[in-house]
Design a protein around this ligand. Sequence first.
Ligand code: BG6
Length: 282
Amino acid sequence: AGADGATERVVLRCPDGASAEVYLYGATITSWKSRGAERLFVSALAKLDGSRPIRGGIPLVFPQFGPGELPQHGFARTRKWELVSTEARGISAVANLELRDDETTRASAWPYAFSLRYTITLTATTLSAIMKIENFDDREFSFTALQHTYFGVPDIAATTVTGLDGCVYADKVRGTTGTTEDRAQVTVAANEDRVYADVPGIVTVACGNQRVRIQRFNFKDIVLWNPWAAKAAEMSDFGDSEYKNMICVEPGAVVERVTLRPAQMLSCGQLLTVEDAADAEL
Ligand code: BG6
């Protein structure tokens, strides 16, 4: 762990060599290594000094997905979180982080008393990221939330996403809604920005012999995003050709707002499992 301020981070390690790195800034997971490979993408131009959201890894979107009254994607990804504890538990390593309301969030367009606890658990082949959102206010509040997962892929042209077949999506690039996905294996070959609603089961991201399975808890929706070349060129914290090596598959509750009454709590998140094909299966 570093000294203090925005650059402080914690590294989790498992006995078999798996590791994960988490910045307290935004509770952003910036690295996940499992079975010898880095699974997440972080831009070489990402700002890691707390001056802007980290471009890559798993930034947390809360309490607002996208544009709105708050800054884009809310404030959780730009606040410094408290590291509550880290522990090694046999074959797993765990980090607990927390974000509470403070003067800044209470002065924002989302002024409620809340606690957001985030538990990251690493094993040899899994990373689980669970958020517990609790209402400490005397009013009910509502929000959207998402884990903005940037997967690193060797080649976007050979990358497929499964589990979206039959789901209805809003296409933010084309400005359309209500389209049904008819592909069992979704590929990306242009700027794509889609919100798939109510995705029922397991989603996978695969490229070559690498595959990660995504299981979700109380995150019904999946956002699929790749900026492609022209958008990438407009972004100061994203390299011009990095779109070839990433795909965002983002589990969240974003199509419908979630409402919590006072003292109510919601647990939501994802479990990622590496399922690389054995060499024999190639
Ligand atoms: C995605 C959104 O989740 O995040 C896109 O669907 C957005 O519309 C992208 O462009 C990146 O957002 P930001 O704020 O990190 O540049």
